[in-house]
Design a protein around this ligand. Structure first.
Ligand code: FES
Length: 237
């Protein structure tokens, strides 16, 4: 459940009205007096963003103050397109090293890729480099490498070229759309839409920018909530 926050808690939009039901109420702040009518104030209406919840309170949240769950449409007409992903997978079958053939593993992979696929590889990601010897030997010298530009970024055992997936993320003001795409067939195999959690720092982009520009802490906060949401959804897909 979320409460509307069009002005990002500055107390100027009046969208976050709540009713405090306890008999003892703190006096309305100056900001609240500007936004709320005397009648509302007498009846316990306050702005949620102006409250410090430092005691037990019974509050009523009118439905008009709730941030509505929006309909999240992420699927559309799917067109058949030829996929040409940045990260491509290649099956590599290496010759086993022996005392007469002491070529390094990386050079062995490079030569195979050059001879079989006419590919030039110049570098390898550090993590892949560390894992490379054990993956090669645990999989009878048959591996799959994922290449981005001229760098090996992933090494897996055996033939995994059919398991190549990409994630498209559309980060919008109100929602984030996720599309998990099979990079071999080009088909979308899963999708999900979620509300952009930055909404609680302002419903429109200007309020959010304003919030972020107030301090580095605010900027980090607004960035972290969206990264956390993206990671949460990615783990569910
Ligand atoms: S008045 Fe705008 S969020 Fe409270």
């Amino acid at each position: 459940m979320g409460i509307k926050s069009v002005c990002a808690g500055k107390g100027t939009c009046g969208k976050c009205r709540i009713v405090i039901l306890n008999k003892e109420k703190k006096p309305a702040s100056k900001q609240e007096q500007e936004i709320l009518s005397p009648d509302e104030i007498d009846n316990g209406v306050r702005l949620a963003c102006q409250q410090i919840f430092d005691r037990n309170l019974i509050i009523y949240i009118p439905s008009s103050s709730l941030s509505e769950e929006q309909k999240l449409q992420v699927r559309g007409e799917e067109k058949i397109i030829e996929v040409d992903p940045v990260c491509k997978k290649y099956f590599v079958k290496l010759k086993e090293a022996n005392l007469e053939d002491l070529e390094s593993d990386f050079n062995r992979i490079k030569s195979f890729l050059k001879n079989k696929y006419n590919l030039k590889v110049n570098s390898i990601d550090y993590r892949s480099l560390v894992e490379m010897p054990s993956i090669i030997r645990n999989n009878s010298w048959e591996i799959t490498v994922t290449i981005r530009n001229d760098e090996i970024i992933l090494i897996e055992g055996k033939d995994r070229i059919k398991n190549n997936f990409g994630l498209a993320i559309d980060l919008g003001t109100t929602k984030i759309a996720f599309l998990l795409v099979d990079l071999v067939t080009g088909k979308t195999i899963d999708s999900k839409g979620v509300m952009n959690p930055q909404v609680s720092y302002g419903e429109d982009i200007m309020s959010r920018l304003n919030f972020a520009m107030q301090s580095q802490d605010n900027a980090n906060k607004i960035q972290k909530v969206v990264v956390a949401k993206i990671n949460e959804v990615v783990s569910e897909l």
